[in-house]
Design a binder for this molecule. Structure first.
Ligand SMILES: CC(=O)N[C@H]1[C@@H](OP(=O)(O)OP(=O)(O)OC[C@H]2O[C@@H](n3ccc(=O)[nH]c3=O)[C@H](O)[C@@H]2O)O[C@H](CO)[C@@H](O)[C@@H]1O
Ligand SMILES: C=C(OP(=O)(O)O)C(=O)O
Length: 434
């Protein structure tokens, strides 16, 4: 296993480009099962999650070829209905296979996704939705078995305790596009990644109205065709890089972004006193050099267009070096604070009050051996390591590779000093079984 060795204290400067969004590319890959024709997908980030999804699609019978560093061609002439635990457990987003399998085959058997350190991630809304669409569902031996022979359009309400469900919406849309009749989805998620998926489905011949809103109307069609689609830029990678720039008080231009997808972050950064210059036409955002101190903020994570939970950990890292008291509340995953104990090891002052972190900014973080627990927690620890005094060792960075393509190369090109080294090169006192 690889670990990161980060020498802190280097200011980031320069330009960096973000790739396609993982959270759009994964359901988009799943959507290719809805047609026997070829789909060409561009701007696909090179991530372990993408490789897992490609492996699952191949297992299900599709031809899946990587035709370039970020281009894939998928043709699902024949599709099987069963996605086994050995493959599905590696990646939560494989739940997105349910919708397309039911749409295409009227049948699906997909292992329930494995546990997740960011807290419980039930799929009751997915199952409720499919059953409203005329499917019969059995959860047995860890598998969701769906008989979709009665699939037809209907009215669905997809709101849950924590708001609309993102992959649940993707699943319902993918089942509904081939369901006879009309499906109306109320309280649909309107994340840009859901919009991107819907736009691809429209290219394939789907009839979807209200894209980008909380109310979707889908008129089922008999079949879909192949398409060419380019995945939208990753707003979470972009946000992570902007926060990294701010954390080191450098001047960083992030390219290939859609500023309109990032309003909540940009507004929060402005409240912190982090100056950002936005160039929507050039699809660029520059975080400006600021040698002074930032201001504390209150952040509440919410469904889009609210502040994204996937940037909570990174902002918490920034707030740990911001004088005063910041309050960060999780409304999506109340337990998504696994980065907090690791930041404490670096000298941060954070206390937990239920689903809120109270962050008292300190003058300095210090390098330490720390452990990544999940994807965005890993990103937060990298950001903290960049600004810390001394060397930070981060173990279990495989979490990071799920969702960031060559993060260390991108940061090093901006002036960071991050080495990816084999765990065997860790100082012996840091080895897990030492
Ligand atoms: C692959 C992908 O796109 N992942 C994103 C997606 O995850 P994902 O789609 O899994 O997240 P959801 O939007 O479904 O979850 C939102 C909230 O609803 C709850 N819930 C969800 C479904 C359900 O059936 N019942 C239920 O109670 C969840 O536990 C959570 O509290 O959206 C999350 C919220 O923006 C992001 O953090 C993830 O990065
Ligand atoms: C939680 C995330 O991903 P996933 O839903 O794939 O676990 C994420 O992207 O931050």
């Amino acid at each position: 296993m690889d670990v990161f060795q980060i020498e802190g204290g280097h200011t980031l400067n320069g330009s960096v480009s973000v790739g396609g969004a993982k959270n759009a590319a994964l359901p988009i890959f799943a959507a290719t099962l809805l047609t026997g024709e070829t789909c060409r997908i561009e701007a696909v980030p090179d991530l372990t999650d993408i490789r897992f999804m490609a492996k699952i699609l191949r297992y299900l019978g599709a031809r899946v070829d990587q035709t370039g560093p970020h281009s894939w061609e998928i043709e699902a002439k024949e599709v099987h209905h069963r996605a086994p635990y050995e493959l599905v457990r590696q990646m939560r987003a494989s739940v997105c296979l349910l919708g397309p399998l039911v749409g295409r085959l009227r049948r699906a058997e997909v292992s329930l996704p494995g546990g997740c350190v960011i807290g419980p991630r039930p799929i009751d809304l997915h199952l409720k939705g499919l059953s409203r669409l005329g499917c019969t569902i059995d959860v047995r031996n860890g598998y969701v078995e769906v008989d979709g022979s009665g699939l037809r359009g209907d009215y669905l309400y997809l709101g849950g305790r924590h708001g609309p469900t993102v992959t649940g919406t993707a699943n319902m849309v993918m089942a509904a596009v081939l369901a006879p009749g009309v499906t109306r989805i109320e309280s649909a998620a309107c994340e840009p990644e859901v919009v991107d998926l819907c736009q691809m489905l429209v290219k394939m011949g789907a009839k979807i109205h209200g894209i980008g809103s909380h109310y979707l109307k889908i008129e089922g069609v008999k079949e879909l065709k192949g398409c060419q689609h380019s995945v939208l830029p990753d707003r979470i990678e972009a946000g992570t890089l902007l926060i990294a720039g701010a954390m080191t008080h450098g001047e960083v231009t992030v390219e290939n972004v859609v500023p309109g997808h990032m309003r909540a972050l940009l507004d929060t950064l402005e409240s912190c006193g982090v100056e950002c210059e936005i160039f929507p036409d050039q699809r660029q955002i520059t975080v400006k050099k600021n040698s002074g101190e930032y201001k504390p903020v209150e952040i509440i994570t919410l469904p889009h267009p609210g502040f994204p939970t996937d940037l909570q950990a990174q902002m918490l890292a920034l707030m740990s070096l911001t004088p005063g008291l910041s309050f960060i509340t999780e409304r999506i995953y109340p337990n998504r604070f696994m980065h907090v104990p690791e930041l404490l090891r670096m000298g941060a002052h954070i206390s937990m009050e239920g689903a809120s972190a109270v962050v008292k900014g300190v003058d300095q973080l210090y390098g330490a051996p720390i452990m990544a627990s999940d994807l965005r927690a890993s990103a937060a620890l990298v950001i903290a390591g960049l600004a810390a005094q001394g060397t930070t060792w981060i173990q279990r960075i495989y979490h990071l590779d799920r969702g960031y393509e060559s993060l260390e190369s991108k940061l090093n090109a901006l002036g960071a000093k991050i080495n990816r080294v084999d765990e065997s090169l860790l100082p012996s006192e840091l080895l897990e079984d030492a």
